[in-house]
Design a protein around this ligand. Structure first.
Ligand code: HEC
Length: 130
């Protein structure tokens, strides 16, 4: 009986995570979704300088395509490889958002962005997605 009850509780926890998108604690392995999980972060912290009229470094962060195309320094994200993605590097070294700008990106959000990029299928060799 005890064992069965535990299994039941476990199921409740897992379905709760899937619905709530509890990314901050890194407990779920589901890939974050661009529209639902990632864009709200960019919207709050990046897009006022990277989209519409202002485009710092010529980078528009409003769509996946424009992120992959990137800005003056090349692609902002490298599919399937967060470690080699400029966007992650700049947040990690606290260069983006620029110093003294608020709000900054939290550690939990940075982890979410890393997961999002790492979960992308890599571009086939020889294509432009490098
Ligand atoms: C206050 C305005 C501002 C905010 C907010 C901001 N940026 Fe930037 N960003 C800039 C400017 C300006 C540049 C160009 C810097 C340069 O060329 O020296 C830049 C450059 C970049 C680049 C390099 C583009 C390239 O190809 O050279 C990336 C990647 C980037 N930002 C990511 C982000 C991310 C991610 C966020 C949000 C977490 C963010 N930025 C928030 C102003 C901003």
């Amino acid at each position: 009986m005890l064992i069965r009850r535990r299994a039941f509780l476990c199921g409740v926890v897992i379905s709760g995570l899937a619905e709530g998108g509890a990314w901050a604690d890194g407990a779920s392995d589901l890939a974050p979704d661009f529209q639902k999980d990632v864009l709200p972060i960019f919207d709050a912290k990046c897009i006022r300088c990277h989209g519409g009229k202002r485009r710092g470094g010529k980078l528009d962060m409003r769509t996946m395509d424009s992120l992959i195309t990137g800005g003056e320094s090349g692609p902002a994200i490298k599919k399937g490889n967060a470690r080699k993605s400029l966007l992650i590097e700049l947040i990690h070294y606290k260069e983006m958002p620029p110093k003294k700008e608020r709000p900054t990106v939290t550690q939990g959000e940075l982890e979410l962005l890393r997961k999002w990029i790492d979960a992308m299928p890599m571009a086939p060799a020889g294509s432009s997605g490098k």
